[in-house]
Structures are given as structure tokens and as C-alpha cells.
Design a protein around this ligand. Structure first.
Ligand code: SAM
Ligand code: SF4
Length: 455
């Protein structure tokens, strides 16, 4: 049970509590006062009281709120860290985008390391952040009018056990597919004019779960909007739905980048997580895609249930040996929707730490650089997801979406469009219905809403 005297801190402090397994059961009382530029945080945890005083002048209400959150979270993190005898890789940081904090410091002409080190971020992660920021050079661009296009296809061959994305097996949703594609075509043809289209991303879901004819409808509708050449990704996805014809269609419609996701190269793991394909099929999909010359991304997940450190390390080695331009290393995220939450990953934080350290070392040795990173709630071991790239192949879409520096026009069900007001430092969002029939029904209203926001 957690109580605080400032309502806006409640969720923030709960995020810190959730970082420590077992902390949710503790009784925690909190009170904060701000006097003469000093934040006084007092916590009582299971009857024991802790006091912290931090000098931090706040020139505005916005700054006050941000500093208030920072010191309250940091104080609670210190208490719990001591109580559970555990230091976390990102310390008291609970946000999705640690890079944004780093960029904010840099924009104020200050190095970001001191602030993040104060928040308890490990040396290794400070250096990772430095490399990510370096990796984004040439792509990271804050310019009004920059825009990316996202096309959502929430259809999958089957549902993977760990996955919490809002997608369903296509066998259950095929009855809506024709109407869904009609709604998508309508949205795409009614898009407000895009001044500077930086990239297109077709994801979901598993776009290759569609038949060739269905996929072509989507690609054709996109090509009518894509006036300038730009990065064009299709998250083809699972190798069990790859065909020559789908690859040929992608090439013909100007796709530049595809994803062939393994998650793991252990057949035992793949079976356990319900992927319904083998490691050999991943290799075959790489072979099949080779003649088309796409830039390829391969997703891996660290922390999959019952996977050993050795199995994960083998997967990293195997992915590297296939020479994709990008490898994305996710950490298992135990979201509410995933069945795995009940199955509970058998991995300890230390095993995960070993896996992540190995992936960083091996990918670096193999010539990959980290270029984007993000975190989610309920991530095993409070780690992160990192996108790695060979030089010159960093994905514009991933940088823009993670750093939230460009507009995102997102079409389809369960897609969030974002209008970024750079000057005002704010973002307006329009989320479309997650449920497919509701999206189809509401598409006309959605079109109007987006036209008005992006006019
Ligand atoms: C939207 S999914 C689409 C990928 C594609 N359908 C496939 O399965 O190959 C993008 C990626 O998120 C990652 N992912 C999904 N659920 C996850 C979870 N619970 N924890 C960590 N990563 C997850 C997987 O690596 C997956 O490839
Ligand atoms: S991991 Fe990919 S294929 Fe599996 S359910 Fe999630 S989106 Fe679908």
C-alpha cells in the first residue's frame, strides 16, 4: 500500500515500487514539502522513517513538478534499493525513453552523465546512452513538418505465448479483413498532405500473414501516398509465412527494409513460446530474401521462459552469422495481456544481466552500434530494448518514433497518430480503436479527426 500527499506523484512512485519484486506488499507512506528551494521527502516504510533533503530551485511550476517527481522517486529508490539489496541498471529511472532526458540536458548545454548518474543509472548504461546518441547522428532531426507513416496490420498467423501486442490469429479475424483493407485504403487516400515523409512502416502484427493479393492492396494504397523515396519497412515478421511472391511484391512497391524475426534460435524455446516455426526456417527466410537486397532486421528476446544464458548467447551468435543490417535485442516484458505473466519467467536478474552484457559485447565486436533504445513497464530485470545497426543502416522510423521528434500519421486499427509541436514541447495524439470491427465502423470519424489535427 502506497500513499502520498501529492496526487500527481502517486503513479510515479508506484512505478518505482514495481521495480522491486515484493515491494508492492509493503506499507509505504510519503509526504513532501518544498521550502526555500529545498525538497523534503519523508517516507515511512513498514514503520521505519527516512528523510531526504535536496536543494533544487524551481523557476516555474513545470520545473517544480519535474524536480518534485525526480527527488521523490530517487529517495524511494534509495530506500528500496537498500532494503532489497539490489541496484538496478537504470536506477530510479522509470520512463520509456532515457535518451530524451539525456537530450534535454544536452540541449541546455550540459553533459547528461551527472544527472543520470545521480539517478542511479549504471556506468554501462551511461556509456550505452552515449553510443546511442552518437548512433543517431545524421538521423536525429528536430524539424517542423517531418513526418513518418505507420500502417497497422494487426493480423498474425497464430498468437505467440509471450506477446502482448493487440493482435489475433488471422483465422479468427479473416472475416473482417476485406472491410479492414477497404477502411485502410480510405484512410490512406484521405491523408492530409505530408510535407516531408521520412519513412513508412507497415507493422502490427505480421504483415506477411496476409495473402499476396491482400498485401498488394496495402502496398498499392501506400504507393499512392509515398510521393518521395524514403525508408520503407515491412515488418514481414514470422518466417513461416514468407513466400517468394510476397518478397517480390515488396521489392516492386519500393520496400527497402524487412524484418525476419527469430526471437530465439533454439527450437526448444521456439516451441515453448508458440512461434510455430523453427530456427532453420528463419535461416531459409534469410536465404529467400537475399536476392532482393533489402536491409534486414532480426528481433531477439532475452529472458524467454526457461531459456539458459547459453541458449540466448547462441541466438545472438546465430543472428550475427546471418549478417542482418539490424538486430534488435528486446528484454522480455511481462505485460498484463501475455500468458507468460502467469507462467512467470524462471530467470533471475543476474542471468538477464549476463545475457544483455553478452549481446552488447558480441554485437559491438561484430561491428554493430546501438542506435535506439526504449524501456517498458514490467520489463524483466528492469532492463531495456536496444536496436543495433551496421554502419549506415540505422532505421529513421525507429529513431523518430522513439525520440518523438517527428509527426506520426498512423492508419489502421490500434494505431496512434502523433502531432509533435516542437516549439511548445507538447504532443497531441489520436488513438484509433483497438478492436477491428469498431475501427472499421469509426473510420470516417477518424479520418476527419486526423485531417483536423494535421491540417
Ligand atoms: C509487434 S511485434 C511484431 C513482430 C512480428 N509479428 C513477429 O512476431 O515476428 C515486434 C517485436 O516485439 C517483440 N515483443 C513482442 N512481445 C514482447 C514481449 N512480451 N517482451 C519482449 N519483446 C516482445 C518481439 O521481438 C517482436 O518481434
Ligand atoms: S510476436 Fe509477432 S507473430 Fe507473435 S503474436 Fe506478437 S505480433 Fe503476432
Amino acid at each position: 500500500m502506497m500513499t502520498t500527499n501529492l496526487a500527481f506523484l502517486s503513479n510515479e512512485l508506484m512505478d518505482v515500487v514495481r521495480l522491486f519484486e515484493g515491494a508492492e506488499a509493503l506499507s509505504i507512506e510519503h509526504a513532501v514539502a518544498y521550502k526555500e528551494d529545498v525538497f523534503h521527502n519523508q517516507f515511512t516504510v513498514e514503520g521505519k522513517t527516512y528523510c531526504f533533503s535536496d536543494y533544487a530551485p524551481a523557476p516555474s511550476q513545470l520545473a517544480y513538478k519535474s524536480l518534485c517527481k525526480r527527488y521523490a522517486k530517487l529517495s524511494l529508490y534509495k530506500i528500496l534499493s537498500e532494503r532489497f539489496e539490489k541496484r538496478l541498471p537504470w536506477g530510479a529511472l522509470t520512463g520509456i525513453r532515457p535518451t530524451r532526458l539525456a537530450y534535454a540536458e544536452l540541449e541546455h548545454g550540459m553533459p547528461f552523465e551527472p544527472l543520470l548518474a545521480d539517478m542511479g543509472v549504471s556506468e554501462e548504461n551511461l556509456s550505452l546512452l552515449t553510443r546511442v546518441i552518437e548512433g543517431q547522428k545524421g538521423i536525429y532531426e528536430k524539424k517542423e513538418g517531418n513526418c513518418d507513416l505507420f500502417v497497422s496490420l494487426p493480423f498474425c498467423p497464430t498468437k505467440c505465448v509471450y506477446c502482448s501486442f493487440i493482435t489475433a490469429p488471422i483465422s479468427a479475424t479473416r472475416k473482417y479483413l476485406d472491410d479492414y483493407l477497404t477502411a485502410l485504403e480510405k484512410e490512406l487516400s484521405a491523408l492530409p498532405p505530408i510535407r516531408n515523409l521520412r519513412s513508412v512502416y507497415v507493422g502490427g502484427g505480421t504483415p506477411f500473414a496476409l495473402t499476396e493479393g491482400e498485401l498488394e492492396r496495402v502496398l498499392k494504397a501506400i504507393s499512392a501516398v509515398r510521393k518521395n523515396d524514403c525508408e520503407f519497412t515491412v515488418e514481414a515478421g514470422r518466417p513461416d509465412v514468407f513466400t517468394e511472391e510476397k518478397l517480390r511484391l515488396c521489392k516492386g512497391y519500393g520496400v527497402t527494409r524487412i524484418c525476419i524475426n527469430a526471437q530465439s534460435f533454439s527450437n526448444k524455446t521456439l516451441e515453448r513460446i508458440g512461434r510455430k516455426h523453427t530456427a532453420e526456417q528463419v535461416e531459409e527466410a534469410f536465404e529467400m530474401a537475399k536476392p532482393y537486397g533489402f536491409s534486414i532486421n532480426c528481433d531477439l528476446i532475452a529472458g524467454l521462459t526457461d531459456e539458459s544464458v547459453e541458449e540466448f548467447c547462441n541466438s545472438v551468435d546465430k543472428a550475427i552469422s546471418l549478417h542482418p543490417q539490424n538486430i534488435t535485442v528486446h528484454t522480455l516484458c511481462l505485460k498484463k495481456g501475455a500468458r507468460l505473466k502467469e507462467e512467470v519467467s524462471s530467470l533471475s536478474g543476474d542471468m538477464l544481466g549476463e545475457m544483455i552484457a553478452y549481446s552488447r559485447k558480441r554485437l559491438t565486436e561484430a561491428g554493430y552500434e546501438p542506435y535506439y533504445l526504449y524501456r517498458q513497464k514490467y520489463m524483466a530485470g528492469a532492463h531495456e530494448n536496444v536496436g543495433w545497426t551496421k554502419k549506415g543502416y540505422a532505421s529513421v522510423y525507429n529513431v523518430d518514433i522513439m525520440e518523438e521528434i517527428a509527426d506520426n500519421l498512423a492508419v489502421g486499427g490500434n494505431a496512434v497518430s502523433k502531432k509533435v509541436f516542437l516549439g511548445e514541447g507538447r504532443i497531441e495524439r489520436i488513438g484509433s480503436p483497438k478492436d477491428i470491427p469498431t475501427y472499421i465502423e469509426k473510420v470516417d470519424a477518424l479520418i476527419k479527426e486526423k485531417q483536423s489535427l494535421f491540417k
